[in-house]
Design a protein around this ligand. Structure first.
Ligand SMILES: Cc1ncc(COP(=O)(O)O)c(C=O)c1O
Length: 375
């Protein structure tokens, strides 16, 4: 029985696909294919197919995807963009960095933006909604799109944590003007360094991003179409990501199995809230398995002291960091969950034996024995 369960296990993941990754590496390196070559094109085509959009454009990071989407939508000074109060800070930073103002809205029990609070935050300056699909579970995009239609707003999906998730059969990242993706190494589809992309059905947005990621240049004509950025996804990373994308469906299946294993063994602990919502039409992919423990730090410290890798994102909500100068309008659900969140180990490399050790440890914290387990 292992008493050291990693939160993620990139080494084991590499070992499981080593031959294909090494082959991709030698293919790229032996041909000197470093910038904007066929591997990037292939990955973009496969990503767009996977998400169900016409285009995908490879960028440097998830942040770049958010930033580029806002620029493509023409959002800037004087504009307001609605974002959730509980998310990774990059969602709000992208808005600030184009000169616009993020307007924060509290989340609901499923960690995603509280749909019932959006309309009260809309003003005559609001230009866009930026829902985040956190931890592999989509925001209610049916309602988001209805509100956007009603108020004539642009929708940019921060889908960085939900590649493969869907609602009513339609994948995350295919609903809004763009879907924004991060291939940070610990994402379900993670590179060996930073990476990102947007997916979109809009040819003008795709063309804008293709030019702007390359300092505004049209690569065919050499013409500059604006002041751009250097934020192209490296061809080498694209080659790796293309290999990994072909394994993603199997990895998602494994994540769902792990989630069910946790659920079967942990759902009868009254002080622990599990991330299973059973909303009709939602297909969750468990980028993170974030539970809420009423015991907060005592719970997470106990797991750590038993050799279990966990994450407590985020004990301090991003809007409470004074240097960010964001407006805290009072977000009771975000405040409550911030004290309680704890993400348990969730990765496709973890063994059932390791999960059972996590389960046993969680139950022992609550003074409950567990005789389950097995294969
Ligand atoms: C919800 C969310 N938004 C944005 C990002 C930013 O992605 P990146 O780290 O690739 O810039 C991340 C990833 O870390 C994320 O989880």
């Amino acid at each position: 029985m292992s008493h050291n369960v990693s939160f993620v296990d990139p080494k084991k993941n590499y070992q499981s696909i080593k031959e294909e990754i090494d082959e991709a590496y030698f293919d790229v390196m032996s041909n000197g294919d470093l910038i904007d070559r066929r591997h990037l094109k292939s990955f973009e085509e496969n990503l767009a197919r996977f998400v169900g959009t016409r285009y995908a454009v490879g960028l440097n990071s998830g942040y770049d995807a958010l930033h580029m989407s806002l620029r493509a939508a023409g959002i800037g000074p004087g504009d307001e963009v609605i974002v959730p109060a509980h998310t990774f800070v990059a969602t709000a930073s992208a808005v600030v960095n184009v000169g616009a103002t993020p307007v924060l809205v509290d989340v609901a029990k499923d960690f995603n933006i509280n749909i019932d609070l959006i309309e009260a935050a809309i003003t005559d300056r609001t230009r866009a909604l930026m829902p985040v699909h956190l931890s592999g579970h989509m925001a209610n995009m049916v309602r988001v799109m209805e509100i956007a239609d009603q108020y004539n707003l642009i929708v940019i999906e921060d889908a960085c944590q939900s590649l493969g998730a869907s609602l009513n059969g339609k994948k995350a990242g295919s609903w809004g003007l763009t879907g924004c993706w991060s291939f940070y190494p610990f994402k379900m589809l993670g590179g060996y360094g930073d990476g990102g992309a947007i997916t979109t059905d809009d040819p003008d947005v795709a063309l804008f991003a293709r030019r702007m990621r390359f300092n505004g240049e049209d690569r065919e004509t050499g013409e500059y179409h604006g002041h751009g950025f250097t934020c192209l996804l490296d061809n080498l990373q694209a080659a790796f990501l293309d290999v990994k994308l072909s394994h993603l469906p199997a990895w998602i299946t494994r994540r769902k199995e792990i989630a069910q294993r946790y659920r079967a063994a942990l759902s009868n602990l009254p002080d622990l809230m599990l991330p299973h919502y059973d909303y009709p039409g939602y297909d969750d992919v468990y980028q993170n398995y974030t539970v809420r423990s009423k015991q907060g730090d005592a719970f997470s410290e106990y797991l750590k002291s038993h050799g279990i890798g966990i994450l407590t994102q985020f004990r301090k909500p991003y809007y409470k960091h004074m240097a960010l100068k964001l407006v805290d309008r009072g977000f009771p659900e975000t405040e409550a969950l911030s004290r309680e969140v704890c993400s348990l180990p969730m990765n496709s490399e973890i063994s059932n034996e390791q999960i059972d050790y996590v389960i046993k440890t969680v139950r022992s914290f609550y003074g409950r024995e567990w005789r389950g387990g097995g294969k």
